[in-house]
Design a protein around this ligand. Sequence first.
Ligand SMILES: [Cu+2]
Length: 298
Amino acid sequence: MRSSLPAAILTLAVCQLFASTLDAQASPPPGRAQPSPRRPALQRAGGIQGSEFVIVAHDKGFDAPSQVDAGLVNVRLFNRSTATQHFAILKVDRLDRVASIVEYLRAGDWNVPWISRMGGPESSAPGGVSSVSMMLDAGRYVVAQLPVAPTRGGPLVLTEVQELAVIRRADGAGAAALPATEVTLRMNEWGFTLEGPLVAGRRTLRVENAGQFEHHVSIVRFLPGRTFDQVVRWAEHPTGPSPYEAVGGTTNVERGRAVNVTVDLMPGDYALLCTTWNPLSKQLHSQHGMVKQLRVIS
Ligand SMILES: [Cu+2]
């Protein structure tokens, strides 16, 4: 396991100049500092709520903070590796030792009752960014870097796992729920239902798991001349050059849970894919029909 290194977190310093030249009576006497006006401790561009949690993926592992405030957490993955990257945020109710969790996950045993799948940044292409906002309660978590390609029933080989402490804010402030979105994507057995138009630009989708099993969504853009069948086939059996570019999504989300996924969309053909392994049928969810073609309009 890597040691925990603070990631590069962009902190926006909002400088405001409050000059009161009209009311001479309100000005402090010479030599005394004017008290600064009270404002929220951390204000971000565009009024975005929540805490930032930045993961930077490299070819050998990743860097991420070891703690974050509870509440709304905006997870952002910067992919500085040469492969497509996926990360899972897992809530762990029994965190005796990280090593034991790694053993479970490496054995492909994700069905232990003390691990909950919170979602996480999915399908970030090399050089790309993947953004997922989620509500996290205070507790003990791990950040897991998932295999580059889907595994077909074999052991889930993790490259890295790191502990994450989600801390209750002392002031009790923070968002109580996911921000509202114009578009909702529902996942169930076995398909995707999209409510709302997908227009080109930076879009945030509320992604809900309305099914019984865990599901994920990988959002991919077709490369020129490629077909939906080619895209689905490659997602299931990745051999040769990819027919698509991964643009985002979320890794597995447990049933009843929702996250907000933010993607930059260009006009063109896209696919939604869930390639989660079904141990009962010994097939991928995509083989049960959990795929959808989309056209993004300008
Ligand atoms: Cu699925």
